[in-house]
Structures are given as structure tokens and as C-alpha cells.
Design a protein around this ligand. Structure first.
Ligand code: FEO
Length: 396
């Protein structure tokens, strides 16, 4: 079935939806699926920009052939080598062996390591251009968004930015492909989760890229995932700016690990004290139930973080340890931290939280509390002190 869509005269979306894969990069949940967007420009030369993940190969080639009506592909531009976009390269080369692959100096070693291709390669540098007939493309390197070889391609006369993963989103394209054709409220969490989970570690490169791209007039953003932006461009750019500056809203994320409920009780008590002091954005997550993807996403939204864990084999509970590792790996900045534990005999979680706070350079708002089983009046007082100190910091 031909599922290509003309997005501008002679410029086509030839992406595919993936509703079967449960976890992206074999790690991040995909409750609403994901789209792999590829694009083709039909001019005197035919240019394909990025491909798709290899499990959707037949649909992809069908879409491309329907657009080309017998013509061949002259250039493949690789903005990003991750296999959800480079997965169709070998198949593409089987169908179009005369192709020239265009990338930068960081692209080609990866290309050889992954696919060992033997076709002409055209290396571009920052600001280089390629004339393909009526259109001219320019290339802009945005390293570490989120891999070192990442770049974006700009169609100068149409003012279209082919942005790779940048401005992408989880979620399939269910009929509509433009931002004004889809339910952005439905996709909101998938847009922010894509940023926080995939790009979030690279706030500084994101800021550098936004500054580099700011002189360009952009009428359309064609990312490799999610909707094509043409109506809400300023909104998505502002979101990326906010997220990559680690700018957050007033609110508190409470994540806890609890075996039999005592630590969860502490989380609830703290949440109640927060609410009594006017905090409305309170998000409580059980680390045994909720994937770090969602907790990380909320931490990108709200400045306050309160973590609690029961002791487990003399240490911290495994799912909380996983969350701490993820947060350390991402290096999220600018948060206030409170923490608490619960023990039956020797304790275990508190030193882990202390070390975590030091690594993250998050300001600890109050002395931690470590209860022993059910909360005593003194534990309730200490939990109240954590909540009160958090509120004061958030409003300072
Ligand atoms: Fe969508 Fe980094 O690949």
C-alpha cells in the first residue's frame, strides 16, 4: 500500500509507524508506539533524507517506489546513524546501487562499522551546500544531539529543516502527520518523554544547536519521529529551549521504593504536608511499578525531588538504585533534593542518597529521616520538616 504523503510540492513523507515494538532502544517504553520518518525530495536529483528501522522495510520501499515512479535515488543524506534511521540503508542500496551517501566525517566510520557499504561517499562540513536542481540544501552539524555525528539538513528556498531526532516525539502518526492535524494534548507526554529520555542528557549541546539554528527562517520542521511541525514551531522550539536549560515548574516528584508499605506511608505523609502548603504539582511514583522513563520525565518538569527507599540487603532497594543510576547518567541539573529511608535493623539507603546528592550537585533541603518500620511521631515531624524545607526552597 502506498502511504507516502506530499508535504510540499515534490517533497514527500515516506515514514512508517511502529505499533509493535514495546521498548525503544530496547529500554524506553512505547505505550503509544513510534513513527520513523523518512523524507524524499524529487528534483533534477532525487534525495532521500534518513531512512527507517529495518523491521518496516517492505512498507518503506513500497512508499519510496510509489513516489519515484521508476526514477532512481541519487543521494541519501544521513543526518543520524542510529539504526532506527539507518536500518534501511542496505536494502536501499540493493534497490538503488548508484546512490551516493552524504554525511560528515563522524558519519562514515559508523556507516562502515554498521553496514560495511561500498558506494560513493560525499562528506559535508558545517555550512556546505548541495544543489539538486531547483533546490539547494545546506548542512549544519549539531554534535551530541544525541550522537556525535548528528547533523540537520536545511532546504534553503522552502525553509524546511530536516532535523533528525531534534524536535522528535514518541507516538505513532495516526492519520495526521502535521502538528495541526494531530491531537497534541494526547501526544504531550510522548513529546516531552522523547526529549527527556533520549536527548535530555545533552542540554548544553541542545542550547548550542538552538543558537546555531536561530538565524535560519524555519517554516517547517521535519523530524525523524513524531509530527511535522508547521503551525506550532515556536512552541516546540521554546519547549526545547526550556528543557535544555533545565528550567522547571513549581512541583515535587516523590519517588519511593517500598517492600511492605512503611516507606510508601512516608511518601504519602510528605505529599500531604506539601499539599497543605499549597504545592499542587505532586507526582508520586513507586519505582517498582513505574519505569524510570516516566519518573525522569517528571523530574524534567518539576524542580523538587524527594526520594525514599527501604533498606534491602544492607543497601538501597534495587529499583531505586536503577533510578539513581539513570539520573546520574543523565546529569540532570538544577534540582532541590530531599530524601528518606526506612530500616528494620541496620539501614542501607541513606548513604546512597547522600552520595547521589553529591554527584548530582543537587542542594539537599533538609536532614534526611530514616524510620524503623511504622512511622513514629518523630518520623512524622521529620517528614514534615523535609516537606516544609522543600516548599521554602521552591518559593525562595
Ligand atoms: Fe531516532 Fe537517535 O534515533
Amino acid at each position: 500500500m502506498n502511504n507516502s504523503i506530499e508535504i510540499k510540492e515534490n517533497i514527500y513523507w515516506i515514514g512508517v509507524n511502529d505499533r509493535r515494538t514495546h521498548i525503544f532502544e530496547n529500554y524506553w517504553p512505547l505505550p503509544k508506539g513510534v513513527a520513523y520518518n523518512s523524507y524524499v525530495i524529487v528534483d533534477e536529483k532525487v534525495v532521500v533524507i534518513d531512512t527507517v528501522e529495518r523491521s518496516r522495510m517492505d512498507d518503506y520501499i513500497d512508499n519510496l517506489q510509489a513516489v519515484l515512479k521508476g526514477r532512481t535515488v541519487d543521494y541519501l543524506i544521513i543526518n543520524h546513524m542510529e539504526p532506527d534511521h539507518s536500518g534501511a540503508i542496505k536494502t536501499l542500496l540493493c534497490h538503488y546501487p548508484e546512490i551516493t551517501i552524504l554525511g560528515n566525517s563522524k558519519t562514515f566510520p559508523m556507516l562502515q562499522n554498521y553496514y560495511n557499504v561500498n558506494v560513493p561517499l560525499l562528506e559535508v562540513k558545517e555550512g556546505d551546500t548541495l544543489n539538486i536542481g531547483h533546490h539547494t540544501l545546506s548542512f549544519h552539524l549539531v554534535p551530541m544531539l544525541h550522537w556525535p555525528e548528528t547533523m540537520v539538513t536545511y532546504l534553503n528556498d522552502e525553509h524546511i529543516l530536516f532535523s533528525g531526532d531534534v524536535f522528535g516525539a514518541f507516538g505513532t502518526l495516526d492519520g495526521g502527520i502535521f502538528d495541526d492535524q494531530v491531537d497534541l494534548d494526547y501526544l504531550e507526554e510522548e513529546i516531552s518523554r522523547y526529549y527527556s529520555n533520549i536527548v535530555g542528557k545533552y542540554g548544553v549541546p541542545a542550547q548550542t544547536a538552538l543558537k546555531k539554528l536561530s538565524p535560519l527562517r524555519i517554516d517547517m520542521i521535519c523530524a525523524t519521529h513524531g509530527p511535522i511541525w508547521r503551525t506550532h514551531i515556536a512552541d516546540i522550539v521554546a519547549k526545547y529551549d526550556k528543557w535544555s536549560r533545565y528550567d522547571t515548574d513549581e512541583g515535587v516528584v516523590i519517588a519511593f521504593s517500598s517492600m511492605y508499605g512503611h516507606t510508601e506511608q512516608m511518601a504519602d505523609v510528605i505529599a500531604r504536608f506539601l499539599a497543605e502548603q499549597g504545592i499542587k504539582k505532586i507526582r508520586i511514583h513507586d519505582t517498582s511499578k513505574t519505569h524510570p522513563s516516566y519518573i525522569i520525565n517528571d523530574i524534567f518538569r518539576y524542580q523538587g525531588v524527594i526520594l525514599g527507599s527501604c533498606a534491602y540487603n544492607g543497601g538501597i532497594f534495587p529499583t531505586m538504585e536503577t533510578l539513581l543510576n539513570e539520573l546520574e547518567n543523565m546529569g540532570i541539573k538544577n534540582h532541590y533534593l530531599g530524601y528518606f529511608g526506612n530500616k528494620t535493623w541496620g539501614g542501607g539507603a541513606i548513604p546512597h542518597f547522600k552520595a547521589f546528592a553529591e554527584k548530582m550537585k543537587w542542594e539537599v533541603v533538609a536532614e534526611p529521616n530514616e524510620a524503623a518500620g511504622a512511622m513514629k511521631p518523630s518520623d512524622i515531624e521529620q517528614c514534615k520538616a523535609i516537606a516544609t524545607a522543600m516548599v521554602e526552597k521552591l518559593r525562595s
